[in-house]
Design a protein around this ligand. Structure first.
Ligand SMILES: Cc1cc2nc3c(=O)[nH]c(=O)nc-3n(C[C@H](O)[C@H](O)[C@H](O)COP(=O)(O)O)c2cc1C
Length: 319
């Protein structure tokens, strides 16, 4: 699908293109989101923020939800286990004018799901319904949710997605794995297809997309309106331009890597900007066979000038 073509609507918001960067804590900050958006991701989901942090530690979430106008549509993602705190936090976030607010119902981490938030909400469908209903009644923007197929002993992704639609949600993203699968294992495209088939609101399919072919496979197998790509995009942001990583020339990798670094430096400042960029640098360099020591030296470098010089030397041996 061409990037400028409307793929689906979230209420009356037109979404151009059907590939979406998945929200990822510690990864989908402004530098990385803005790059993926330019390469073709059609929605910028921010990494999740905890409702209580929005209410009590606004300084802590400031960077996570920073966005620029050219990044729109921007969806803020929120998590929590208290319907009351979630709504209060969403009312505050709404003032920052995101295009939608997304409720996380998929995080499997024990510290979150074990406390009834994230995927924990899938075990309490009445509470989940109450949260979606209160959001759609009290907020003036679209409400969306990201879910899983359910828990091993309670595969209620269909019920949850119907609840989300029934109580005013405008889109559901379905990570086609169970809570117990975490981020591994084969996504269940059959159940994803059943969910898509039953809903009127748009459905994004998520899980396991690594190559360009995986995109069409998921769409053809499920009829989903679009796909959400997580780790596949960290390794290959060009996937949003429908290019596999091996098709991208080292000179392009070098250029994007330095652009990404510069955005990280300008956003976080020189010290944090370089440290927070290391995990991305490792992904940009992953396909190349470098000496372990060369890679380590680059990734441990604390001086920006030296980092860039070393990166230049590394690419001169690759190009
Ligand atoms: C490091 C990491 C952080 C994540 N953080 C979030 C998050 O903040 N919100 C969310 O809904 N999902 C989060 N996820 C889940 C992803 O959005 C996605 O559902 C998952 O990675 C499966 O997609 P993939 O196979 O394309 O990576 C995270 C995943 C990873 C690996």
């Amino acid at each position: 699908m061409p990037r400028n073509q409307t793929a689906f609507l979230v209420n009356d918001l037109e979404i151009k293109g059907n590939l979406v960067l998945a929200p990822m804590d510690g990864y989908t900050d402004w530098p990385f989101r803005s790059i993926c958006r330019e390469l073709g991701s059609s929605i910028s989901y921010t990494e999740f923020v905890k409702a209580e942090d929005v209410l009590q530690r606004p300084h802590y979430i400031k960077d996570k939800i920073h966005f620029t106008e050219d990044e729109r549509p921007v969806f803020f993602q929120i998590y929590g286990n208290s319907a009351d705190s979630l709504l209060k936090a969403a009312l505050i976030l709404q003032k920052l004018e995101p295009d939608a607010i997304d409720i996380n119902m998929g995080c499997p981490n024990r510290s979150i799901a074990g406390r009834g938030a994230g995927a924990g909400l899938m075990r309490t469908p009445i509470k989940a319904a109450r949260i979606v209903k209160s959001f759609s009644k009290s907020l003036d923007l679209p409400i969306t949710a990201k879910i899983r197929l359910g828990w091993k002993d309670c595969q209620n992704g269909m019920l949850l997605s119907q609840i989300i639609e029934e109580f005013g949600g405008s889109l559901v993203a379905v990570h086609a794995r169970s809570k117990e699968q975490g981020h591994e294992g084969k996504p269940d495209l059959n159940t994803l297809a059943e969910i898509k088939d039953r809903l009127k609101i748009p459905v994004l399919g998520n899980g396991g997309i690594r190559q360009v072919d995986d995109i069409e496979n998921m769409i053809n197998a499920t009829g989903c309106d679009g796909v959400m790509i997580g780790r596949g995009a960290v390794h290959n942001p060009w996937i949003f331009s429908r290019r596999n990583r091996h098709e991208v020339k080292p000179s392009e990798v070098q250029e994007l890597m330095l652009e990404h670094l510069d955005r990280s430096l300008s956003f976080y400042g020189p010290a944090d900007g370089l440290v927070l960029f290391r995990k991305f640098a490792a992904e940009y360099l992953k396909p190349y066979s470098l000496e372990r020591e060369t890679r380590r030296e680059l990734l441990m470098e604390v001086d920006v000038g030296k980092f860039k010089q070393l990166a230049g030397e590394i690419f001169s041996t690759i190009n």
